[in-house]
Design a binder for this molecule. Structure first.
Ligand SMILES: NC(=O)c1ccc[n+]([C@@H]2O[C@H](COP(=O)([O-])OP(=O)(O)OC[C@H]3O[C@@H](n4cnc5c(N)ncnc54)[C@H](OP(=O)(O)O)[C@@H]3O)[C@@H](O)[C@H]2O)c1
Length: 240
């Protein structure tokens, strides 16, 4: 029987590429999303991957949503915490709401999804938790005190939990993408995009598939000795 993978924010952007790559690698995949029903329906139609709507910022909704996925597809072996949002503003203009929304989704969302799945992974002596952080959690970014703090928090969470999961066969790793050509990045004016590309040594934006391939590797049995690590996939833009 194939392993089950659950990808949060899996209906669009990087998450959609991750869901498709895991499907191609033989996993039974569930993709969660927050509110864009149209994009989710289109994604399911194109890929056959089931989509499930709930907010990762809501713990009870995560428990309920995970129970539905597991009832339909079986126990989740691979969790990819990919859902994320930005609410950018220079700090002197940042509202408490902008801070809280980003923390709730990008950091607490990772807790909310991992916590209900953790006991099952430990009991079955196998699990993969893969957290999609960001280059801006590693280096910080002007206008993103909220986002950078949450994404750095995801790396700390990864390192701590990796130590708890290791003996139970559960690995926990993070991936830090650089700038990837998703709708979000392609929406910025071309001039700004060109100026970003000029700072990337490989001379291009990342493709969602560049990140998806890292996920497929970390999810595999071949990656069983890798835990608590951070894979940096940014075209050489920031070297840790
Ligand atoms: N794009 C980049 O250059 C880049 C770089 C570094 C890191 N990242 C990180 O990579 C991840 C994916 O980014 P992306 O650019 O692919 O984003 P995206 O295109 O904006 O897609 C975001 C996905 O997350 C879902 N989502 C948002 N809030 C959610 C919530 N509360 N609960 C459940 N799902 C939620 C969205 O669902 P709906 O469709 O329903 O809105 C959508 O499926 C994020 O964590 C982001 O921070 C991106």
């Amino acid at each position: 029987m194939s392993r089950v993978a659950l990808v949060t924010g899996g209906s669009r952007g990087i998450g959609a590429a991750i869901a498709k790559a895991l499907q191609a690698a033989g996993y039974t995949v569930a993709a969660n999303y927050a509110g864009n029903d149209e994009a989710a329906a289109k994604f399911t139609e194109e890929t056959g991957i089931k989509t499930y709507k709930w907010s990762v910022a809501d713990y009870d909704a995560c428990v309920e949503g995970i129970a539905k996925v597991e009832a339909e597809l079986g126990p989740v072996d691979v969790l990819v915490n990919n859902a994320g949002i930005t609410r950018d503003a220079p700090f002197h203009k940042m509202t408490r709401e902008q801070w809280q929304q980003v923390m709730d989704t990008n950091l607490s969302g990772v807790f909310n999804m991992t916590h209900p799945l953790w006991p099952g992974m430990r009991e079955r002596k196998f699990g993969r938790v893969i957290n999609i952080s960001s280059i801006n959690g590693q280096k910080g970014q002007f206008g993103q005190a909220n986002y950078s703090a949450a994404k750095a928090g995801d790396i700390g969470f990864t390192k701590a939990l990796a130590q708890e999961g290791a003996r139970a066969g559960v690995t926990v790793n993070a991936i830090c993408p650089g700038y990837v050509a998703t709708e979000m990045v392609m929406a910025v004016p071309e001039k700004v995009r060109e100026s970003i590309i000029a700072t990337i040594p490989v001379g291009r934006l990342g493709e969602p598939e560049d990140i998806a391939r890292c996920v497929v590797f970390l999810a595999s049995d071949d990656a069983g000795f890798i835990t608590g690590s951070t894979i940096t996939a940014n075209g050489g833009q920031y070297l840790t």
